[in-house]
Design a protein around this ligand. Structure first.
Ligand SMILES: Cc1ncc(C[n+]2csc(CCOP(=O)(O)OP(=O)(O)O)c2C)c(N)n1
Length: 352
């Protein structure tokens, strides 16, 4: 199994990773920030975060080999799968051994130089029916069904909406905290997304507007960035360069009034402390902040208004903020229900 995390891959490296996968009949596990998420192909596992963490799956499906290109997986459940897999595990990276579990061997090489050798003399293997790919298809169908019953502005349901609404040849920047994790779990593929960018660092929520603005300054196409309201507040001063340089950046701010991610952590069992010390709800009026910097702002009330706002930006890509009100507690309930639903659905299938 080939894990492909975020990283700066040349088109040739992507072509050759794809070749390694198809010729050796080994599937690719695509992270939300991996270019493979949006590439066509039956050999790509796109929903790993939804089922790799299940013990039933970890016990039943045992890959022969794990190979990682780019950064380590974003999702904790995929990291858990990697850490617990009792098999040969190798991380290919020129500079660093990017394995938080330190349970693998490091191959200090660029993907290109590794693939030069790996592809030499590789015999084509016949396409195999992989249980992982079959489960992925089931999970994908379950996900679509589940999200179709969620409110449009719940955090899980927003990701397919955002992904499907992005125009041809768009670049997508995913903020830290819930954005990159929910994208990993709930997004759908859109071949129109030509580039996904993250600034993961140590998961800092500072400087995300500046990072996205930097992308917009050099990108050939408009950039869309998804981030939380607290991340937005942390980096308001970067709106200045966005406005003065008239950068083609559309910030999609999910406003759940503070750090929604903390609803996922054990501290959520202590509501008073959670609210006071962790959520840290900003008192900011995003519309007023945008007006202060002379940046377009809109707050859609329906999916149609949201897609219209994206279309307006695409037609005239001036700095724009699209603010969507979300409910972090309800969104967390939906995430828990989704995990349970997938677990139940997979209990009844017979795995080889
Ligand atoms: C610079 C920095 N300060 C604090 C944190 C700790 N932290 C992690 S997530 C988070 C909340 C982020 O809130 P928001 O951007 O609104 O996103 P949400 O959690 O709602 O998805 C905080 C404060 C951090 N990661 N980086």
């Amino acid at each position: 199994m080939i894990f492909c995390g975020w990283g700066s891959y040349s088109p040739e490296e992507l072509r050759r990773i794809n070749e390694l996968s198809t010729r050796s009949a080994i599937p690719i596990v695509a992270d939300a920030a991996s270019p493979f998420k949006h590439m066509p192909g039956q050999h790509i596992i796109r929903n790993a975060p939804a089922f790799f963490g299940l013990k039933s799956i970890q016990n039943a499906l045992r890959p022969d080999l794990l190979l990682q290109f780019g950064a380590a997986p974003t999702s904790n459940s995929v990291l858990d799968f990697w850490a617990s897999a009792d098999t040969g595990k190798f991380c290919v990276h020129p500079l660093d051994h990017l394995d938080p579990s330190q349970s693998s061997e490091w191959i200090p090489a660029t993907a290109a130089s590794f693939l030069d050798i790996a592809l030499q003399g590789l015999e084509n293997r016949p396409v195999r029916e992989f249980a992982f790919l079959q489960v992925d298809t089931l999970v994908d169908m379950g996900k679509t069904e589940f999200l179709s019953h969620c409110p449009w502005n719940s955090e899980p349901a927003l990701y397919p909406l955002i992904y499907q609404s992005l125009p041809q040849d768009s670049a997508l920047f995913l903020g830290n905290s819930s954005a990159v994790r929910d994208a990993d779990l709930f997004s759908t593929e859109n071949p129109g997304i030509s580039r996904v960018i993250v600034n993961r660092g140590a998961s800092g929520i500072d400087g995300l507007i500046a990072s996205a603005a930097g992308c917009a300054a050099v990108s050939a196409s408009p950039v869309f960035a998804v981030l939380g309201d607290l991340s937005f507040q942390y980096d308001i001063s970067s709106l200045q360069s966005l406005a003065s340089d008239v950068l083609p950046l559309c910030l999609i701010v999910l406003n759940n009034r503070g750090g929604g991610i903390f609803h996922r952590l054990p501290v959520a069992d202590y509501p008073e402390q959670l609210q006071k010390y962790f959520i840290t709800s900003p008192l900011m009026d995003i519309s007023a902040v945008c007006s202060a910097f002379k940046i377009r702002h809109t707050k859609p009330r329906s999916p149609r208004h949201f897609t219209e706002a994206l279309q307006r930006f695409s037609a005239d890509p001036l700095p724009t903020v699209i603010e969507i009100d979300t409910d972090s507690r309800h969104s967390q309930e939906l995430r828990s229900r989704f995990t349970l639903r997938i677990e139940q659905a997979l209990q009844n299938i017979s795995l080889p």
